[in-house]
Design a protein around this ligand. Structure first.
Ligand SMILES: C[S@@+](CC[C@H](N)C(=O)[O-])C[C@H]1O[C@@H](n2cnc3c(N)ncnc32)[C@H](O)[C@@H]1O
Length: 242
């Protein structure tokens, strides 16, 4: 009888991937159905890509990240955690803002987990901190980049398909404002109608695990608190109508 190494399953892949529990919520909100084609537009380093694969429902998964080093990390993660014969993932390193042109109206489900001010990291670590003076312009441009990524993600979604927008910041300007702006741009510039879907069931289902901000107009926001030190995590589900 062969013995597995500690942390390595009988399939030869690692047993667990550590991540903030709230990071699973955007993936659950996407509601992947059996046989769906799925795009993970900003996928590196790959925690949510793994969670998407764990649903067992993705017929095909396209995982993209603009950063070459993040894409490499994503490939390593897939190599370490996904059995070789089950790897139905295509990894690319493109600017996600182009996806509306590259593959318009193509995917049943699209995850748009954008770069943001990563609030937990920003209050805990000096290293690569987005609030450094040298990153001021990049920080100020974040909401615009986020809007462009969400617009592209929704254009890549099939009509009647679903996209989820997510961040790990408390900032209204990077959360609800971005959702509203993307909906306006899609209607006015692309004649594409999108509807925000209610996710309040998440608040009830997970009320013992996460603390939810009670007053989001669109989407749901997990607040880090002492009794539930997860997040922040904002997620909003949008259905493309036309
Ligand atoms: C919050 S992280 C994604 C985390 C990832 N979804 C996970 O669960 O591991 C945001 C990612 O967006 C990528 N990114 C930034 N600008 C991008 C762009 N224009 N197109 C695609 N990806 C981009 C960054 O390189 C970064 O890896």
């Amino acid at each position: 009888m062969g013995r597995s190494l500690p942390g390595v399953s009988s399939l030869g892949v690692l047993d667990y991937y550590l991540m903030d529990a709230s990071s699973l919520l955007p993936v659950l909100a996407l509601g992947v159905q059996p046989g769906d084609t799925v795009l993970d537009l900003c996928a590196g380093p790959g925690g949510k890509t793994l969670a998407l694969l764990l649903t067992g429902y993705c017929r095909h998964l396209a995982a993209n990240d603009i950063s070459g080093s993040r894409t490499q990390r994503l490939k390593q993660v897939l190599h370490s955690y996904v059995p070789r014969d089950r790897n139905q993932v295509r990894v690319t390193s493109q600017d996600g803002r182009k996806w509306g042109d590259l593959e318009s109206s193509t995917y049943d489900r699209v995850l748009v987990d954008v770069p943001c001010t990563t609030d937990r990291h920003s209050v805990l670590e000096e290293d690569n901190n987005i609030f450094k003076r040298s990153r001021k312009t990049e920080r100020q441009m974040l909401p615009m980049l986020q809007v462009q990524l969400l617009v592209a993600g929704l254009l890549a979604t099939k009509p009647s398909g679903v996209a989820v927008y997510s961040t790990c910041t408390l900032s209204h300007l990077q959360n609800e404002y971005v959702v509203g702006r993307a909906i306006d741009i899609l209607a006015s510039q692309f004649q594409t109608d999108v509807q925000v879907e209610d996710l309040s069931c998440f608040r009830h289902l997970f009320q013992d695990t996460f603390s939810f901000f009670p007053s989001c107009r669109v989407g749901e926001l997990v607040l880090p608190v002492l009794w539930a030190n997860f997040g922040p995590m904002y997620f909003c589900r949008l259905r493309r109508l036309t």
